[in-house]
Design a protein around this ligand. Sequence first.
Ligand code: CP
Length: 306
Amino acid sequence: IKHLRSAADLDAETATLILDTAGEMAALAGREVKKLPTLRGRTVVNLFYEDSTRTRISFEAAAKRLSADVINFSAKGSSVSKGESLKDTALTLQAMGADAVVIRHPASGAPHRLASWVDGSVINAGDGTHEHPTQALLDAYTMRSRLGRIAGLRVVIVGDVLHSRVARSNVLLLSTLGAKVTLVGPPTLVPVDIAAALEPSTEVSYDLDSVLPDADVVMMLRVQTERMQDSFFPSAREYSRRYGLDVPRMRKLPEHAIVMHPGPMNRGMEIAPEVADSSRSTIVEQVANGVSARMAVLYLLLGGKA
Ligand code: CP
């Protein structure tokens, strides 16, 4: 494939190749091979119109470990503030010879538009409430490395599904790889039609306590108050009481189950600090795995093997 705009761009074979390649990247890093010459002479542009800590830094680290030249573009402080359009910005990057553009943008669909304006590969690093496919890849990689497989896993995704690009990409990728996904949250934040439109096999529950005993993975989502109207969200206290993962709820999980969160977290709202910092939590591991997964995506897209 040339672009990674959606998790739906990945069939099971391609997704598995990316996860296997991420494993090889992680193994090399474990053997102190910090830098590979693979993308020497290639240019990767990180084009970020929205804030990011993990995704931006890990794409930069991934590109640098593959010896690519990296240009970091942040909309803040650029000519975007003078009204320059995404298209004109894209054409400017094109003139500078970008081989890959990693884009985060508040508008759903921005990576698709960008791909029609530039010759290089476009990688979606989060577009509005639409998708975040490399997050889903690093999450799948984390599940596979902790639990040994993805097919057959029962994955419970909890919280603000309505605004979550992480949830959308995870539903698509995990279903492709044979996991069974259940979306859980208040009815205003988990509309049944979202689940059905994404992937018909996805289940919906409004009762977190009832699904925890059968879960292999519980993935807590950030409550995105910045994208929300008051009507969606009664109160932080009520939300936390019904859908927050605290220690008593965590004890309802099977012994082997893991707790995930893409970050950034609202500690004390969707996840208790004791749960986030517990041995079941893979939150820090997910960040480390993000570098390997993004190395694999850059390597395969620019190396022409996927
Ligand atoms: N998980 C994630 O996308 O985090 P950032 O917003 O910090 O990149």
